[in-house]
Design a protein around this ligand. Structure first.
Ligand code: NAD
Ligand code: WQD
Length: 338
């Protein structure tokens, strides 16, 4: 069976994807530097699947160490590349660190892949590449050059780098997966999102309010041009997203070329929709306060999800109630994280 190298496999989306890969019969090798994850996630992947895998605590910026991983596993046939820094606000404060980690790290990875004849990659891109000038629903053919922060620009630039790699060598097969807003957790409650410090994102913040770690949710603005005035996003169950990676891996193993593909549900939910769905899941009211808008936020963001269906035969199965049920289970079982 095919062996897949997963960078950032101890992280939120990576850990869920590793579970799906192992359950589908793939062999995996994980590389992570634990800059935003914990070794416990790896134990949990083994606990869920009952399967083992090799792990290397390696920073992808360390080209030599990365090269050794490829040397030791000459049968790696594709890479899923999750490793990267992802906090939008932090990227504004530390642009150099973000460009270096995300872009230099990806260049090191590409160089080592090329040196070892591995030319198939699935890359974690983001809906953030659609920037501010496009209108919803976002379609893969839209221009992607108006990101609003350094994090977003790392995704725009890495997509361009990978497109150029393909132009230079048509043997490559590249999937640029543009994720919308992944939330929720594995149905076992064993893995889920476990941010350090105060959560930047809506769902982990709500989870922490639900277990009493935060007093109330701050809703960033209720005067947007949306049905209830709060921002609308395309929330996707992280397990659906993980399954999308299985389809993308199969696609890159069987085809050549470069394809950008949205992974979203095609539906939008507001901040209050998510809060109320979570209240239903946990069976209690959750306190919130309306505050000012957050800088850089947009009113609407949701996918045209038709390309993934056409190209991969993939579409999301879970709804917002499922996402909240599983997210509640995870935080109840792990109120202080992993
Ligand atoms: P995460 O932080 O949980 O996972 C990223 C993993 O990469 C972490 O385990 C971290 O320790 C590791 N890592 C970071 N830099 C590394 C390096 N230099 N060397 C080795 N390992 C390194 O984040 P996630 O939510 O699982 O996101 C995974 C990918 O998906 C990221 O590239 C992110 O930008 C992208 N993405 C995430 C979202 C989202 O909302 N979560 C949306 C769109 C795109
Ligand atoms: C969702 C909605 C907020 C927190 C981010 C990145 C994006 C992608 C996914 C990686 C918005 C509101 C939030 C809070 C709130 N990541 N909100 N109170 O901003 O859509 O996307 O994650 O690629 O690039 O920007 O996600 O979860 O931060 O916000 O009211 O405490 O919730 O204003 O409307 P976002 P989010």
């Amino acid at each position: 069976m095919s062996k897949i190298l997963v960078t950032g496999g101890a992280g939120y989306i990576g850990s869920h994807t590793c579970v799906e890969l192992l359950e589908a019969g793939y062999e995996i090798v994980i590389v992570d530097n634990f800059s935003n994850s914990k070794p416990e996630a790896l134990k949990r992947i083994k606990q869920i699947t009952g399967k083992d895998f090799d792990f290397y605590q390696v920073d992808i910026l360390d080209r030599e160490a990365l090269g050794k991983v490829f040397d030791e596993h000459g049968d790696i046939c594709a890479v899923i590349h999750f490793a990267g820094l992802k906090a939008v606000g932090e990227s504004v404060a530390k642009p150099v660190e973000y460009y270096h980690n995300n872009i230099t790290g990806t260049l090191m990875l590409i160089e080592e892949m090329r040196a070892h004849g591995v030319k198939k990659i699935v890359f974690s891109s983001s809906a953030t590449v659609y920037g501010v000038d496009n209108t919803v629903p976002y379609v893969e053919t839209m221009p992607t050059n108006t990101a609003t922060n350094p994090y977003g620009y790392t995704k725009v630039m890495i997509e361009q780098i990978l497109k150029d790699v393909y132009v230079s060598d048509n043997e490559w097969s590249i999937s640029l997966l543009r994720y919308f807003n992944p939330i929720g957790a594995h149905s076992s409650g064993l893995i889920g999102e476990d941010p350090n410090g105060i959560p930047n994102n809506l769902f982990p913040y709500i989870q922490q309010v639900a277990v009493g770690r935060r007093e109330h949710l701050n809703v960033f603005g209720d005067d947007y041009d949306t049905p209830d005035g709060t921002g609308v996003r395309d929330y996707i169950h992280v397990v659906d997203l993980a399954k999308g990676h299985l389809c993308a891996v199969k696609y890159v193993l069987e085809n050549k070329g470069v394809e950008a593909v949205n992974l979203g549900t095609g539906n939008g939910s507001s901040v209050l929709d998510i809060l109320h769905a979570f209240e239903k899941a946990c069976g209690k009211e959750l306190p919130y306060k309306i505050t000012d808008r957050r800088a850089g936020d947009i009113a609407w963001c949701y996918a045209d999800a038709s390309k993934a269906k056409k190209l991969f035969g993939w579409q999301a199965q879970y709804n917002v109630d499922d996402m909240c049920r599983d997210g509640w289970k995870f935080i109840q079982q792990n109120p202080n994280g992993l």
